[in-house]
Design a protein around this ligand. Structure first.
Ligand code: PXP
Length: 238
């Protein structure tokens, strides 16, 4: 089974925002990603709108032909935006408003009540929900109870020490992915995945449906160019 590549374009928006004009054009970038073979576009609007802005989201939904995935913490403003934009997928993260980047999964046991309500509200709009999560069975079982369709594994701990300890670090993800297959949860993954650590991760998780990749993807574009980089990642996900 091939895994879908969703490209996180936050860093392209960050570059655009640094000049106050529309260069680079994030809509064109998203369309080019798709034209070169990407299976989806991911954005993560943060409360300070330092990269993707809430205003970008309607236009993105209009032009994305594959799948638009919007990530974020489910406060009221975010939930109202999801109801208006209706992306194909919404990935909920437990980030504090001032978080530099997502660095932990949900405690789906402690937040079961809040998440059950929020997930139901989003699903009512026909939007698929994914919960950002660490690879532990107790959190997966609670996620299943909350009725999310998918989870996204937080892959930072695997990626950060891939060079020294990949066999040991991939194990919890491998076991958790098997558990997802048994209980009926779709598996996505993301954070710090790159051209070096992605193939091994994919090989260990045969039921991996989608990865979202941003930071390393943009770094690679600087060296190899967008069209090449999409192909390089796609090859690893076959
Ligand atoms: N998944 C989530 C929930 C994220 O917050 C991010 C970063 O915005 C990613 C995936 C992608 O991580 P990276 O930019 O390291 O590829």
């Amino acid at each position: 089974m091939s895994t879908k590549l969703s490209i996180n374009i936050n860093k392209i928006a960050l570059l655009r925002n640094s000049r106050g004009n529309n260069v680079p054009d994030i809509l064109k970038f998203a369309m080019d990603c798709e034209a070169f073979g990407a299976d989806g576009i991911t954005v993560h609007p943060r409360p300070d709108e330092r990269h993707i802005k809430y205003n970008d989201l309607h236009e993105l939904k209009r032009i994305v032909q594959t799948e638009l995935n919007i990530e974020g913490y489910p406060d009221e403003k975010f939930l109202q935006m999801i109801e208006e934009v209706k992306p194909h997928q919404c990935t909920l993260v437990p980030d504090a408003p001032d978080a530099l980047t997502s660095d932990n999964g949900w405690d789906t046991i402690a937040h079961e009540h809040q998440l059950t309500e929020v997930v139901g509200r989003i699903q009512k709009q026909g939007v698929r929900v994914s919960l950002f999560i660490n690879p532990e069975n107790k959190y997966l079982d609670a996620a299943k109870k909350i009725n999310t369709e998918r989870i996204e594994f937080y892959t930072g701990p695997y990626a950060h020490l891939y060079q020294t300890d990949k066999e040991r670090l991939v194990l919890p993800f491998e076991q958790a992915a098997k558990h997802c297959m048994i209980i009926g949860l779709g598996v996505n993954a993301g954070h710090d995945l790159n051209l070096e650590n992605l193939a091994f991760f994919k090989q260990k998780l045969p039921n991996l449906l989608e990865v979202s990749i941003g930071h390393a993807f943009v770094r690679d574009c600087l060296y190899y160019g967008l069209e090449n980089v999409v192909s390089m990642y796609k090859r690893l996900l076959k």
